[in-house]
Write a protein that binds this ligand. Structure first.
Ligand code: UDP
Length: 499
């Protein structure tokens, strides 16, 4: 059987079902397959549908890649069929049900690990138990962390030193200890489970702890972007790590792949938004997106709409809706959409946007981002500067990387880290602040020109790093070679024992 051949490296990938984790892991699995590894991705049926087309197309190009589907326990957790992804949850109860369903898959997945006999498993950071699974099979577990080295280092420092605890006020600035640069933030900007210990803290502690017990960690990042923090991560955690990003640019080169990545519906031939973008001048349009999970409260949507309009710049705005009727039926937003179309200033995309395709369009000149790591990397790859509007979790740490370290971001000024499902219906950021940030980002001041130059330079580095001889390319080859050597030495010692 091929999987047991001495030469064929066989790697299993286990993504966590939320777009910000699953999309980059599937792209990573595809990068491995492109470099001769036999790859199996384990997932549930509805999640498989979001990337199966890309896998089939890779397969038809001759790569060894397949999906192994395990049924999702919908009935057991009381959910209708097909809701298997964190982004499908519209209430905290549903989030709990989907998370519970995912955790129920553990035994089936462990059986698959045993039956498929991989040489290595690459599993999401959110599956700490896979460290023990790998130990039982005497194979390496590589932990896939779907955010930046920077955010991991900040989080580690905060959990270890708890610098915010000696502050009387939640809004006083403190310096994050142990970083190569002086980075300041306020206690309110720390992820809730790190600010104060609560029941979620234990889950995250287990994940971080499992990373340190892994054979190594895989990062969708690249040397030129955050080398200081890659080194700090290695010395702090004492484990190997490989950065092999940006993976989205590596495997989604043509427009069709860019358009259909991460979603099951196929894009129309020439969608209306594309015609609209085609009619715009180069670098004149701002793309506004809060990723795959966040729904901004209505009051904030209204404020954002005014801010965008007041800025005077053109924009294309992705608005997520909880269900078909939400927002679509909102009179203010409908009228705003209509008005912006008529004056050719703005275009709204509802629910899901082909982000890679949009970011790479020459008309796009910048992005408003919630600082999800994938959106940052994809914007960096496209050479774009950003407005940083973090919402929850480590997004506030990523904001610091963009604004203070890389200097390719303008902060919109969010003060409080709030779990996306707990956002109250109020506007945390006012229209004046939004318009000001947009003018700074899209205008032609000297400051803006320099920021744009830095972003463009990083975009070029992102392209070079995944080419033959680039840092990410070399890291990937080195990792694959190391895993092959491990496999061979294991086979040799087995055959010695057999003699
Ligand atoms: N994404 C997309 N279209 C959308 C929303 C999200 O293609 O309408 C993709 C985006 O390009 C990125 C991922 O989904 O690859 C979102 O990950 P990120 O880390 O940016 O944020 P999250 O959704 O995890 O908050």
């Amino acid at each position: 059987m091929e999987a047991q051949s001495h030469h064929q490296l066989n790697v299993l990938f286990l993504p966590y079902p939320t777009p910000g984790h699953m999309i980059p892991m599937v792209d990573t699995a595809r990068v491995f397959a492109k470099h001769g590894v036999s790859v199996t991705i384990i997932t549930t049926p509805a999640n498989a549908l979001t990337f199966q087309k890309a896998i089939d197309s890779d397969l038809s190009c001759g790569y060894r890649i397949r999906t192994q589907v395990v049924p999702f326990p919908s009935a057991q957790v009381g959910l209708p069929d097909g809701l298997e992804n964190i982004k499908d949850s519209t209430t905290p109860e549903m989030l709990g049900q989907i998370s519970h369903g995912i955790s129920m898959l553990k035994d089936q997945i462990e059986l698959l690990f045993r039956d498929l006999q991989p040489d290595c498993i690459v599993t999401d950071f959110c599956y700490p138990w896979t460290v023990e699974s790998a130990q039982k099979l005497s194979i390496p577990r590589i932990c896939f962390y779907s955010s930046s080295y920077f955010s991991n280092c900040v989080s580690h420092s905060i959990r270890k030193h708890r610098p915010h605890e000696s502050f009387a006020s939640d809004t006083d600035k403190f310096i994050i200890p142990g970083l190569p640069q002086r980075i300041e933030m306020t206690p309110l900007q720390i992820a809730e489970w790190e600010r104060t210990k609560n029941e979620t803290t234990g889950y995250f502690d287990a994940m971080f702890e499992s990373e340190t017990r892994s054979y190594g960690a895989l990062y969708n990042s690249f040397h030129e972007l955050e080398n200081d923090y890659e080194q700090l991560h290695k010395s702090t955690l004492g484990i190997k790590s490989w950065n092999i990003g940006p993976v989205s640019a590596w495997v989604n080169k043509d427009d069709e792949r860019k358009a259909n990545r991460g979603q099951k519906e196929e894009l129309a031939q020439e969608p209306e938004w594309l015609k609209w973008l085609n009619s715009k001048q180069n670098e004149s349009v701002l793309y506004v997106s809060f990723g795959s999970l966040v729904w901004l409260p209505r009051a904030q949507l209204v404020e954002l709409a005014h801010g965008l309009e007041h800025s005077g710049h053109s924009f294309i705005w992705l608005i997520r809706k909880k269900d078909e009727n939400e927002n679509k039926g909102d009179r203010f937003l409908l009228e705003f959409e209509q008005k912006m179309k008529e004056i050719k200033k703005g275009y709204i995309i509802w629910n899901w946007a082909p982000q890679l395709l949009i970011l790479d369009h020459p008309a796009i000149g910048g992005i408003v981002t919630h600082c999800g790591w994938n959106s940052i990397l994809e914007s960096v790859s496209a050479g774009l500067p950003m407005i940083a509007w973090p919402v929850f979790a480590e997004q506030f740490y990523n904001e610091k990387l963009l604004v203070d370290v890389l200097k390719i971001g303008v902060p919109v000024g969010v003060k409080e880290n709030t779990f996306w499902m707990s956002l109250d219906d109020e506007a945390m950021v006012r229209r004046e602040e939004i318009a000001k940030a947009v003018v700074l980002l899209m205008g032609s001041s000297q400051e803006n020109k320099e920021m744009r130059k830095r972003a463009r330079k990083l975009g070029e580095a992102a392209k070079r790093t995944i080419e033959v001889g680039g840092h990410s390319y070399n890291n990937l080859i080195q990792l694959i070679d190391e895993l092959k050597s491990l496999k061979i030495s294991k086979a040799l010692s087995r055959s010695m024992l057999d003699k």
